[in-house]
Design a protein around this ligand. Structure first.
Ligand code: HEC
Length: 190
């Protein structure tokens, strides 16, 4: 039978082939253990880190920074071991990103102490004179809003205590962002 001369049969067979392909490569893996990351190894976000993560999203840091190291030698040599499923298993949404105007930040928490980040966020050019990253100095003047912190912790299922949240009241958005940055790359229990 010459299928390419029978457009309707050809169309039905093509749709079937695509459906089977989609089923095999997209849906079935969702239910197979090997591609479902185990969240047991992951340390959940603390309230301050979670607020910092939301500021990272609000400020669009992910438009210039990725958070995923690809399994390519020139990446692993620069950023460390490639990203595993567990690294972003509890991230809602994930921040893998797709554009690198600046470097990947998946493991930046292992690279600098908090004090470095405070100086760099205030003036990136004070750390790297040729940097084209904008300054975020004003985050240090913004008091952190804790209005939704408890709700967010509950919805995302991270453990917290009421004291954890009241402890944030005197902090700034800069404190939250830096707490988030120094945690990047330290999400797995050793
Ligand atoms: C316009 C693009 C751009 C935006 C937006 C941007 N960055 Fe950057 N970032 C860069 C560039 C370029 C560098 C490399 C030079 C430097 O360190 O300043 C960098 C470097 C960094 C570094 C140091 C990384 C390393 O490995 O040395 C951190 C941390 C960082 N950015 C965090 C942030 C955060 C947090 C935000 C959002 C509040 C942000 N960036 C927004 C471009 C950007």
């Amino acid at each position: 039978m010459n299928v390419d001369k029978k457009p309707i049969t050809f169309m039905i067979l093509a749709v079937l082939a695509i459906l089977v392909g989609t089923l095999l490569t997209t849906f079935i893996p969702l239910f197979v253990g090997t591609v479902s990351p185990s969240t047991e190894k992951v340390i959940p976000y603390k309230p301050l880190e979670l607020e910092g993560r939301d500021i990272y999203i609000r400020e669009g840091c992910n438009n210039c920074h990725t958070q995923t190291v690809r399994p390519l030698p020139f990446e692993t040599r620069r950023y460390g071991s490639y990203s595993q499923l567990e690294d972003s298993a509890i991230d809602r949404p994930h921040l893998w990103g797709s554009k690198r105007t600046g470097p990947d930040l998946a493991r930046v928490g292992r690279k600098y102490p908090a004090a470095w980040h405070y100086l760099h966020m205030k003036s990136p050019q004070s750390m790297f004179p040729q940097s084209n990253m904008p300054s975020y100095a004003w985050l240090a003047d913004n008091k952190l809003s804790t209005r939704y912190t408890e709700k967010k912790m509950k919805v995302l299922g991270y453990p917290y205590t009421a004291e954890n949240i009241t402890a944030l009241k005197e902090l700034t958005e800069m404190d939250a962002l830096v707490a988030y940055l120094v945690r990047l790359g330290k999400e797995l229990k050793q």
